[in-house]
Design a protein. Structure first.
Length: 82
């Protein structure tokens, strides 16, 4: 009745190659090249990312503590209320 999805059009003079999934290697050079590459990328970007994150965390924690202290009441102001 109809064509399969990959056979919708005939294209001339184009050669396509494919490799069977059973012939592919899932993790080629994973331990010899992959892990050292991850370590290299981590160390090169760590000093670019970590200092701003630490500064923002310290600013946020300081702002939170200052806000909590500003919301507290001074007990000396309420000693003579009774």
């Amino acid at each position: 009745m109809g064509h399969q999805f990959g056979d919708l059009a005939k294209i001339r003079h184009v050669i396509t190659y494919s490799l069977s999934p059973f012939e592919q290697r899932a993790f080629p050079n994973y331990f010899s090249k992959g892990i050292p590459n991850v370590w290299r990328r981590f160390t090169t970007s760590f000093f670019r990312v970590a200092p701003p994150m630490v500064i923002m965390y310290l600013t946020y924690s300081w702002g939170t503590s200052a806000h909590q202290q500003s919301k507290r009441k001074n007990p000396a102001e309420f000693e003579k209320d009774e």
